[in-house]
Write a protein that binds this ligand. Structure first.
Ligand code: CMC
Length: 434
């Protein structure tokens, strides 16, 4: 019978070690038993950027990157996107099950009645330069919320955690919309409790002088679906940041500010903004082959392509490509779609991209939809952060309740200078220096 262990022979000492295998992984601390002598620190594993290291056990999101599968709590992403609302999916991610009718109406009520922000938050946002990037405003303001709710530090109270989770999910659209309106020099719009989560966000973004804002139902539905597709993605850069910061027992607002900062980067959530800028820079279909040649020559990346986990078509991108056309019907066609489709066509037939398994990711088509709806390009990462708040919070709470988790603290392999003395420093002779 094969055993669930790994035998390691240390050729330095000739000793053989049996390391247990559980869930397809070996516990790295076991390696520390592999020593050349009792004084030896023991073996470490070296894995920059966590290419092959699981940092946690998680029951939230499952991805099979080779097959292009994404599931939240066991439900396929396409079924959730077609059949559920964003708030149902948010409940699912946080609680493990889809809400029953009564649970859903209570959940919706709680979120809807926490959308207002303290008036001082508006003054806080007013303090930013008129041309401040809305993602900078968003992440700073999310962090600033911790000063409004100091009780949030009490992270081991289930009730306190729940209160902050509701506040954050309810308030991130308000902060996001206010970040945009500040940059436009427009008044801040009060949340409208009659509208859906996505509909109210559109109201706070775009309402002008009309007494009541009525969202376009196609746009409202599209935004809700976009929110579902972006809600969680297991241990990505920003979720890991949320877990890492949270592992020091910081309050959820401070942890979330750090997660949003991680999302901001162009290799992560900032990629949707970069895709749009790239498409504009390419300018026309004739320039696509030349652009691809430049990418292959190492002059920049094809933004919206490639993924650490997906080595197949990102299922979210597949969904968004189809959805783009229905949004264009309602809002007008985004001419950049032709350049995007041509880029995809050429890249997917090119050995450079095929051999590296580089396919469109979620950011490739989302920006075209956002732009067609009327969102300015620099709001794109913020649009990612609104729904991802749910995923960050689910990951954060799971980490806090996991008895195996401790403060995150990686090891290093020190490659710097050996101990030496500062020039001119008189070293006292001791038995150690002699
Ligand atoms: N364009 C051109 N070449 C690429 C690209 C790209 N978009 N992505 C990867 N490569 C090449 C890379 O140069 C390398 O080639 P070689 O083996 O010759 O050195 C190989 O593919 C592997 O790339 P890597 O950087 O080692 O892969 P990674 O897993 O560290 O990076 C990634 C993943 C998403 C950061 C990367 O694919 C990338 O920079 N993509 C563009 C930015 C982007 O669209 N980011 C959004 C990711 S999806 C949303 C999210 O979850 O944040």
């Amino acid at each position: 019978m094969p055993k669930d262990t790994l035998s390691i022979t240390d050729n330095r000492t000739g000793k053989i070690y049996e390391v247990p295998i559980k869930d397809g992984a070996i516990p790295a601390p076991e390696l520390r038993k592999i020593k050349t002598d009792p004084e030896d620190f023991g073996l470490m594993s070296y894995d920059p950027a966590f290419f092959n290291t699981a940092n946690c056990r998680s029951a939230i999101t499952f991805i099979d990157g080779d097959k292009g599968i994404l599931e939240y709590r066991g439900y396929p992403i396409d079924q959730l996107a077609e059949h559920c609302s964003f708030l149902e999916v948010a409940y699912l991610l946080l609680n493990g099950e889809l809400p029953k009718a009564q649970e859903l109406s209570a959940w919706k009520h709680e979120i809807t009645t926490h959308t207002l922000v303290h008036e001082n938050i508006k003054q806080f946002i007013d303090g930013f330069q008129h041309d401040a990037h809305p993602m900078g405003i968003f992440l700073s303001t999310a962090g600033a919320l911790s000063t409004f709710y100091p009780e949030a530090k009490n992270i081991f109270s289930a009730e306190v955690r729940r209160q902050q989770i509701i506040r954050l999910i309810a308030k991130v659209p308000t902060i996001a919309a206010y970040a945009h309106r500040h940059s436009m020099g427009l008044h801040y719009v009060m949340p409208d409790n009659d509208l859906s989560y996505a509909g109210n966000f559109l109201n706070m973004m775009f309402k002008m002088t009309e007494l009541k804002y009525t969202p376009n139902p196609v746009v409202e539905k599209a935004l809700d679906v976009l929110f579902i597709l972006h809600a969680d993605h297991e241990q990505n850069c920003s979720a890991s940041a949320m877990r890492n910061i949270g592992s020091s027992h910081a309050d959820p607002y401070s942890s979330l500010a750090g997660a949003a900062a991680a999302l901001y980067g162009p290799l992560h959530g900032g990629a949707n903004e970069m895709v749009l800028r790239m498409l504009r820079q390419i300018g026309s279909m004739e320039n696509v082959p030349g652009f691809i040649t430049d990418v292959k020559a190492g002059k920049g990346r094809l933004m919206g392509f490639g993924h650490r986990v997906y080595k197949n078509y990102d299922p979210r991108a597949k969904f968004l490509k189809q959805m783009a056309y229905s949004v264009f019907e309602a809002c007008g066609r985004n001419p950049l779609i032709d350049i995007a489709v041509e880029l995809e066509r050429i890249a997917l037939a090119d050995d450079y991209f095929v051999s590296r398994k580089l396919y469109p990711n979620v950011d490739f088509y989302s920006g075209l939809i956002y732009q067609a709806i009327g969102f300015p390009v620099d709001m794109f990462p913020v649009l990612f952060a609104i729904p991802r708040t749910v995923g960050w919070l689910a990951q954060w709470e799971e980490m806090l309740l996991d008895p195996e988790q401790k403060i995150a603290r990686p090891r290093q392999i020190f490659v710097g200078q050996k101990r030496r003395n500062v020039p001119g420093f008189k070293v006292k002779e001791t038995s150690a220096t002699r």
